[in-house]
Write a protein that binds this ligand. Structure first.
Ligand SMILES: CCCCC/C=C\C/C=C\C/C=C\C/C=C\CCCC(=O)SCCNC(=O)CCNC(=O)[C@H](O)C(C)(C)COP(=O)(O)OP(=O)(O)OC[C@H]1O[C@@H](n2cnc3c(N)ncnc32)[C@H](O)[C@@H]1OP(=O)(O)O
Length: 218
């Protein structure tokens, strides 16, 4: 894509993707929290369809990575958990602190399960990402083959959260990682704990699963 062949164009595109993601996340928050009159809902639906139409004119296929992504460099702008371009992502921000991955995010209304608290599947999704990041960070990237979650207390919406993950054991291709969710205000009170098992892919497994994607050379 010639538009992003120079680095400046790439930075501008990534910033624009994140700007669009911010706008979409605001829209989702407004749309899930709204009690506006019914006529306003219909008007908004029509305007949103109109606004989105140009985006559909050039779309990538299933096996094409986004031109602004850098798969091997770990840049995934549409990751549904961490991606700044994803309407669906909180987004979760993760950084490394020694051998621990530390994450932060705040969940809005769209992630609600029990009234005023997060859906359990959302907590599992956040922890899967955290554990996967800890595996990659430790030099043992793998795919999740099992994820066990213990829900000790509900996770509140509209509250800054602090997540952690670390690798507990590596046995040849099998990596075990553990993680937690707490509020940023009270990080010692663990709301959700998870233990995940990850498997490092054999070359033939990687080829079978990701060959069609990697073949495109991005
Ligand atoms: C890619 C390079 C990246 C470089 C990254 C560097 C830094 C990156 C930093 C951060 C990365 C950031 C974030 C990470 C992102 C996301 C996290 C989310 C990850 C996911 O969300 S990913 C999607 C969900 N995930 C799947 O979609 C997997 C479906 N699955 C399969 O595709 C197969 O399952 C496969 C191919 C994985 C394995 O193939 P298979 O199943 O045939 O297993 P195989 O024979 O190869 O066994 C090998 C050993 O695993 C043991 N084993 C198997 N299952 C087990 C279990 N349940 N419990 C305990 N051990 C188990 C066996 O017992 C054996 O152990 P042993 O070797 O000791 O005998």
């Amino acid at each position: 894509m010639s538009e992003i062949e120079n680095g400046q164009g790439l930075q501008a595109r990534r910033a624009a993707i994140t700007d669009l993601g911010d706008a979409l996340r605001l829209l989702i928050e407004q749309a899930t929290a709204t009690e506006a009159p019914t006529a306003d809902l219909l008007r908004a639906a029509a305007l949103i369809r109109q606004a989105g139409a140009p985006l559909g004119e050039r779309a990538r296929g299933r096996f094409e990575t986004a031109s602004a992504d850098d798969l091997l460099g770990g840049v995934r702008l549409y990751n549904p958990v961490t991606g700044g371009g994803s309407a669906f992502a909180p987004p979760l921000e993760i950084h490394r602190d020694g051998d621990v991955a530390v994450g932060s995010c705040t969940l809005g209304r769209a992630f609600e399960g029990p009234p005023s608290f997060a859906h359990g599947g959302v907590s599992a999704m956040l922890l899967d990402q955290m554990l996967g990041y800890a595996c990659g960070m430790s030099g043992h990237p793998g795919m999740t083959v099992q994820l066990d979650t213990a829900y000790r207390q509900p996770v509140p919406l509209y509250t800054p959260l602090r997540l952690t993950a670390r690798v507990a054991a590596v046995d040849r291709r099998v990596i075990t990682a553990t993680g937690t969710i707490a509020t940023a205000e009270d990080p010692a009170s663990i709301l959700v704990r998870a233990t995940g098992t990850f498997v490092a892919l054999l070359p033939e497994q990687a080829q079978r699963l990701f060959g069609p994607v990697m073949g495109r050379g991005r």
